[in-house]
Design a protein around this ligand. Structure first.
Ligand code: FES
Length: 166
C-alpha cells in the first residue's frame, strides 16, 4: 500500500517549500525531515515525496542513494559511520573500522542483534582537518583513536550517551 504523508508532515513541508523559490529545492530538507520521523527513508516514502513535490520518483531516489546521510533501511540506536576517504584513511580509519568490526561482531551495513549499533563506512564527512572522523547519528567525533573509540562504545553500551542527545 502506498505511504500517505501525515498532515503534520505536509504542514511542515509547506513551510519548508515556502522558504525556497522552487518547490523541488526543498527535496533534501524534506528527505531529512522524513528520516527524522522514521529513522530511514523507505521506498514508499520516496514515492510519496516525489508525488508531493511533483518530481519524478527517479530524481528522489537518485538523491537518497547518492548521499550516505540517508538511510534506506532501519538502523540501530547508534549509527556508526566511519569516513573512508583519503585523509581519514591515512590517519587511521581502517584501524577504527577493524576495531568496530571486532568489538561489535558485525560488518559494514549490518546491525548488532540487540539493535544498538549499525556500522557503515562513508565518503568524506567534510571534516578532513580532524581526521579520522566517526559520525554517530548526527554527531561528529573527530581525531579518533582506538582508545577513545573503546571508551565511546562503552559509554553508549551503558547509556551514558543517549542517542536522543545528538
Ligand atoms: S576524508 Fe574524512 S572527513 Fe574528509
Amino acid at each position: 500500500m502506498p505511504l500517505r504523508l501525515t498532515d503534520d508532515f505536509k504542514a511542515k513541508a509547506a513551510r519548508v517549500c515556502a522558504a525556497y523559490p522552487r518547490k523541488d529545492a526543498a527535496l533534501i530538507p524534506l528527505l531529512q525531515e522524513l528520516q527524522r520521523e522514521k529513522g530511514y527513508v523507505a521506498e514508499e516514502a520516496m514515492d510519496a515525496l516525489a508525488a508531493f513535490l511533483e518530481l519524478p520518483y527517479a530524481r528522489v531516489k537518485a538523491v537518497v542513494t547518492f548521499y550516505t546521510m540517508f538511510n534506506r533501511a532501519p538502523v540501530g540506536k547508534y549509527h556508526l559511520q566511519v569516513c573512508r576517504n583519503i585523509s581519514c584513511h591515512m590517519a587511521g580509519a581502517p584501524g577504527l573500522l577493524a576495531r568496530l568490526r571486532e568489538k561489535l561482531g558485525i560488518s559494514e551495513g549490518e546491525t548488532t542483534r540487540d539493535g544498538l549499533f549499525t556500522l557503515s563506512s562513508v565518503e568524506c564527512l567534510g571534516a578532513c582537518g580532524s581526521a579520522p572522523v566517526l559520525q554517530v547519528n548526527e554527531h561528529y567525533f573527530e581525531k579518533m583513536d582506538e582508545r577513545t573509540l573503546d571508551a565511546l562504545l562503552d559509554d553508549m553500551r551503558h547509556g551514558r550517551l543517549r542517542a536522543a542527545d545528538f
